[in-house]
Design a protein around this ligand. Structure first.
Ligand code: ITT
Length: 207
């Protein structure tokens, strides 16, 4: 099966391919600028994005989006859902300098992968449906990794990877495979792949 990965970030696609192709799923990068709703809930942002992109793009193949944030403890979770904006305005080196004077340099990356495929499923009973109500299903898969913010090191990866250290190495010092084995995205991809593997075979063929 091919999943359409809706993102402008080639680094995310490289990691998704490395993981998903090893379990027999193809990944195609698709450019579509879905509205990122103003929310501090990554899962909600990703889920809405996946649903909107699936409806706007048309076609049968499922879509996934990935929403990721870097949450620094000493900065009360900043930049969090604003990580892309902060990277593109002040840059990751400035984030290191913000954290440098802090004693506690711990941080966490979180990723949510949201998947939409046009299948419909019953609305939850709490919404009091008559049995006919269905809504497009969107599944979300989350992963997180703890580490600490350090002065930039390493040439690999992308985004905040050079300033995020896990087990003595920055994510930019790891290969894609090594990063996937411990990273926020790698963990979310593993949950997604497990769920896909349990899906009925007929969904994976043409509908
Ligand atoms: P799309 O929305 O088009 O997918 P984006 O790069 O804007 O791409 P996010 O909002 O999810 O995606 O990314 C938040 C920021 O975090 C952004 O600056 C990314 O470069 C960065 N980022 C995402 N995943 C990362 C990772 O695994 N390692 C380092 N930085 C990452």
């Amino acid at each position: 099966m091919t999943v359409r990965f809706v993102t402008g970030n080639g680094g995310k696609v490289r990691e998704a391919r490395e993981y998903l192709e090893s379990v027999g799923e193809e990944v195609e990068q698709v450019a579509y600028d879905y509205a990122e709703i103003q929310s501090d809930d990554l899962a909600e942002i990703a889920a809405r994005g996946a649903q909107e992109a699936f409806e706007a793009l048309g076609g049968d193949e499922p879509v996934v989006v990935d929403d990721t944030g870097l949450f620094v403890d000493a900065l009360d979770g900043f930049p969090g859902p604003y990580s892309a904006y902060v990277e593109h305005t002040v840059g990751v080196e400035r984030v290191w300098h913000l954290v440098e004077p802090e004693e506690n340099r711990r941080a966490r990356f979180r990723s949510v992968i949201a998947y939409a495929d046009g299948e419909r499923e019953a609305q939850s009973a709490s919404e009091g449906t008559s049995g006919e109500g269905t809504e497009p299903r969107v599944k979300t898969f989350e992963g997180a990794v703890r580490g600490r913010i350090v002065a930039p090191r390493g040439e690999g990866g992308f985004g905040y990877d050079p300033i995020f250290e896990h087990d003595g190495e920055t994510l930019a010092e790891m290969s894609t495979e090594e990063k996937n084995a411990i990273s926020h995205r790698g963990r979310a991809l593993a949950k997604f792949a497990d769920w896909l593997a349990d899906e009925p075979a007929e969904r994976k063929g043409p509908r």
